[in-house]
Design a protein around this ligand. Structure first.
Ligand code: FUB
Length: 450
């Protein structure tokens, strides 16, 4: 059977390639989760590398991704940015996410304004895709780089963080805003070679702490792990499970998740940028254990998680997210009243020339996307300009529609980096109606499909 499958692959010209997982945007430090309200959806939260920078100093924000089949992904866009965190000045480095007492949390690190030292920030949302609202930083955490928030089965929250060859942990108070000082532990000596980036998962009653480290102090980072009977240790060092590999980044960082019955390790490499060490992309491979519960080392594979030729991502960018997602709402409002609407909100009240909504799409390289807009316009047709990066892409009359529907505008070109899509009220023809914009979609298309 295996032979036949190999033959089929050779003759059909198919080769499976699901790594890198996201090929349209540079992403790093993946934090994978399955939330309790939907076991059929896998979420991955990432930091974002700026195209062209090839260093970590200019990192400014985070993205959320979701999938049900590990082939077709949704990029929910920017979910938190330095601009949305008034105590921070730079270094939007690694983060984690958690579901806790009915809300979703993003726990992240940024450098504190005027001080320049890492703090561990907490932001909250009532939906997994964000955007997240900053609540401040966790008190009692110094040098709070690379936080991981682990909620144990008994509901107790634990924070782990790692910075420059050190790793610490503590139980958090129930509001997640401060540690319980009496629980604080220094795990550094238990985690041989540790450099940063701790992540904890639980399997068969044991706590696995995975982390990037240097042997001895030699870059690039490899991934190691240690195991304990209690979340705060003591941890027993086990060894390396992702060694050096071709095309790796200077750093490595990641986490594990169980999805559809399989254990998966998400981490990062520099494959998408062609080996630019600090311009990274998310990778994923299955994680297996031996009969004693030891992690079987992972060899980063081109195939990744599946049997599809490649992954495909659609950017699903909600109009109402505005500034929190890098966009803008100019003299328009967010509403939900249109009959049958069930989302978080749409943008409406385009009643003056220049009223507009702008939506940010971040991509790694110049590429083509299929562009769609979901709208309703119950009172009649409505005239608008659609601008992409300040150029008029289309002057368009949105037809009257009582209900929300998608218009497919065909293929558009996006440039490397930040792209702003603006839907703009212009007085070139009077409108009868007032549109409501729900979202835009930008679907990845590949050269061989054009
Ligand atoms: O992504 C920026 C930094 O690089 C992270 O915080 C570290 O863990 C390393 O991956």
């Amino acid at each position: 059977m295996k032979y036949l499958l190999t033959l089929f692959i050779c003759f059909s010209g198919l080769s499976f390639s699901q790594n890198p997982v996201f090929t349209h945007v540079f992403t790093a430090d993946p934090s994978p989760h399955v939330w309790p309200d939907d076991p059929n959806k896998l979420w991955v939260y990432t930091s974002h590398d700026e195209p062209g920078s090839n260093n970590h100093y200019g990192m400014t924000g985070y993205h959320a991704f979701s999938t049900t089949d590990m082939v077709n992904w949704t990029d929910h866009g920017r979910i938190l940015h330095l601009e949305n965190v008034d105590w921070a000045e730079s270094h939007a480095w690694a983060m984690d996410a958690a579901y806790y007492r009915g809300n979703y949390y993003l726990i992240y690190c940024m450098k504190e304004a005027g001080i320049g030292l890492f703090r561990t920030g907490i932001a909250r949302s009532d939906v997994p895709q964000g955007p997240f609202t900053d609540l401040g930083y966790v008190k009692g955490v110094e040098f709070g780089q690379d936080p991981a928030l682990f909620i144990d089965d008994d509901g107790k929250p634990y924070l782990f963080w790692g910075h420059d060859r050190q790793c610490y942990a503590a139980e958090l108070n129930a509001d997640l805003m401060s540690i319980k000082p009496e629980t604080y532990v220094d795990l550094t000596k238990q985690l041989t070679h540790v450099f940063e980036g701790p992540w904890v998962h639980k399997r068969k009653g044991k706590y696995y702490l995975t982390y990037p480290g240097l042997t001895p102090r030699r870059w690039p980072e490899k991934m190691f792990y240690a195991v304990a009977d209690k979340p705060l240790g003591p941890y027993e060092f086990k060894g390396v499970f992702i060694d050096d590999f071709e095309g790796q980044s200077g750093t490595n960082h990641g986490g594990t998740v169980t999805f559809q019955g399989k254990d998966i390790m998400f981490y990062h490499s520099a494959w998408l940028s062609g080996g630019l060490s600090e311009t990274r992309n998310v990778m994923a491979d299955y994680l297996n254990y031996d009969k004693n519960g030891n992690i079987i080392p992972i060899l980063p594979s081109k195939e990744g998680l599946g049997n599809a030729k490649r992954t495909r991502t659609t950017l699903l960018l909600e109009a109402e997210n505005g500034f929190a997602a890098g966009g803008e709402l100019y003299n328009v409002i967010v509403d939900t009243w249109i009959k049958g609407y069930s989302g978080k909100g749409y943008v409406t009240n385009f009643d003056n020339p220049y009223d507009h909504v702008s939506i940010l799409a971040q991509v790694a390289k110049p590429a083509k996307y299929r562009f769609k807009v979901r709208y309703a316009s119950p009172e009649g047709e409505s005239n608008h300009d659609i601008l992409i990066n300040s150029h008029i892409y289309r002057e368009f009359v949105f037809p009257q529609s009582d209900t929300f529907r998608e218009i497919d505008f065909g293929i558009v070109d996006l440039k490397e980096g930040n792209n702003l899509v603006r839907i703009f009220k212009r007085d070139w023809k009077p409108s009868k109606g007032d549109i409501a914009i729900d979202y835009i979609k930008l679907e990845q298309v590949f050269e061989d499909e054009l």
